[in-house]
Ligand binder design. Structure first.
Ligand code: NAG
Length: 472
């Protein structure tokens, strides 16, 4: 009966592009956050938020049936002979967040579990977005604002990444299913592992992954700007802007996408590397980790300020709060790099000091691009993942793995090389999890007790930049 309905819909030429199924109602877990004003983190208003699981994790099935359009890491050739037919024939399903995906939200907290065994198989990792309504993502403009959250990374071993970041996704997602079903993802890697992009399938030329039983790479990729506030585990952390020639969602094709999923990493229109500030990597190895200055055995508050003097992003500033103590990002401590903030000058210096084969952040617009992305509004992403491509060694170990660790920029964390194949992590650390909570957003100084000395320093730098602009 259901099949007949679907077939007759196709016969009368009813367009259906990446629609939603009806087997399971899609009910978004609630996650509240706070919008702040004034100073000191005391004037904050509760916002009723909800989160949605990305479309790529969902069951995709032929319209109205219990069959599969995609299983393991291959497409069903009958339902998906090409990109257009696949989007017509298949639909995305609602999910049971906790039982199937190990995602638990409530109050102001969100917990993402690494491995979840469920009725139909095993789920690995997840990626969720914050919504402002059932069918629209919440857009944030970070310029001249401050984003603060608490995080517990104590169970994130080497090779895992519990990430909180922003991307320039379309607010309503893509296709008929739209943002309600977590569609529309893009980032600065121009990911080609997405099953649907812009309401069409990614089945043509799809190559199943050798190492990931759930993933593959298609010909179509999904690019946009990315502001990584937090990529971290218990060993290392990085804050990293990624620029793009065009900040908004842009489709790319094949190897010209560049990024992680393409043979030519630097062939695309976005910056896959970023201008990162990882304390370990810039010469302060004793700052972040178990028992260190910022102790990853305990929950911490992470504050990120986006100073945009004269309207354009000039500085990304980081503080931690732990046990009531405010701890500033440490100053870089390797020859040629200084200060504890990301500015265009810091990125220019990093390009010279790290001497990598390419420095794509500056090639694709640098801080000015990130600033435009902020102004256009970005979507908040929270995820937990293992890295089948580079085993997260770019975050927490020596990278490149055969690099000389005594050279600037190679050592990024205490993790030994060669221990973080996600397939090993899945069997050894299935219960790993990350917990994000207590999100606060508002003007500079509104979300936490900014020390008077820090405020004075920030305002002095703003005044200096205003004077420099006036001289030009
Ligand atoms: C593949 O799709 C066809 C057409 O919708 C369906 O009849 C078949 O059962 C699907 N195969 C699997 C393995 O789900």
């Amino acid at each position: 009966m259901l099949y007949t309905l679907a077939a007759s819909a196709a016969l009368v030429g009813l367009a259906r592009a990446q629609g939603a199924g009806t087997e399971t109602a899609e009910t978004h877990p609630k996650m509240n956050w706070q919008e702040c004003s004034g100073t000191g983190g005391n004037s904050c208003q509760n916002q009723n938020g909800e989160i949605v699981l990305d479309a790529n994790w969902r069951w995709v099935h032929p319209v109205g049936t219990y069959d599969n359009c995609y299983e393991g890491n291959t497409w069903n050739a009958t339902a998906c002979p090409d990109n257009a037919a696949c989007a017509q024939n298949c639909e995305l399903e609602g999910v049971d967040y906790q039982a199937t995906y190990g995602i638990q939200a409530g109050g102001n907290e969100l917990t993402l579990k690494f491995v979840t065994e469920h009725e139909y198989g095993t789920n690995v990792g997840s990626r969720v977005y914050l919504m402002e309504s059932e069918s629209q993502y919440k857009l944030f403009n970070l310029n001249n604002n401050e984003f603060t959250f608490d995080v517990d990374v104590s169970e994130l071993v080497c090779g895992l990444n519990g990430a909180l970041y922003f991307v320039s996704m379309p607010q309503g997602g893509h296709g008929e299913a739209g943002a309600k079903y977590g569609t529309g993802y893009c980032d600065a890697q121009c990911p080609r592992d997405l099953k649907f992009i812009d309401g069409l399938g990614n089945v043509e030329g799809w190559e199943p992954s050798d190492s990931d039983g759930n993933a593959g790479v298609g010909q179509r990729g999904s690019c946009c700007a990315e502001m990584d506030i937090w990529e971290a585990n218990s060993i290392s952390t990085a804050v990293t802007p990624h620029s793009c020639d065009s900040e908004a969602f842009t489709e790319c094709s094949g190897e010209s996408c560049g990024g992680t999923y393409s043979g030519e990493r630097y062939a695309g229109t976005c910056d896959p590397n970023g201008c990162d500030f990882n304390p370990y990597r810039v010469g302060v190895p004793d700052f972040y980790g178990p028992g260190k200055t910022v102790d990853t055995n305990q929950k911490m508050t992470v504050v990120t300020q986006f100073i945009a003097d004269g309207g354009s992003l000039s500085e990304i500033r980081r503080f931690y709060v732990q046990n009531g103590q405010v701890i500033a990002q440490p100053d870089a401590a390797i020859e040629g790099l200084s200060g504890n903030v990301i500015t265009q000058e810091f990125c220019d210096a990093q390009e010279g000091v790290f001497q990598e084969e390419e420095y794509p952040f500056n090639d694709h617009g640098g801080m000015a691009s990130m600033s435009r992305a902020h102004d256009a509004g970005m979507v908040l992403v929270m995820s937990l993942w293992g890295d089948h491509y580079a085993h997260m060694e770019w975050l927490d170990s020596n990278y490149p793995p055969d690099g000389d660790a005594s050279q600037p920029g190679v050592a990024r964390g205490d993790c030994p090389n060669g221990i973080s194949d996600p397939n090993d992590l899945i069997s050894q650390y299935p219960n790993a999890q990350v917990k994000f909570s207590n999100i606060k957003f508002g003007p500079l100084g509104s979300t936490f007790a900014e020390p008077a000395s820090a405020r004075v320093k920030r305002e002095k730098r703003t005044a200096e930049r205003a004077a420099a602009r006036a001289r030009k």
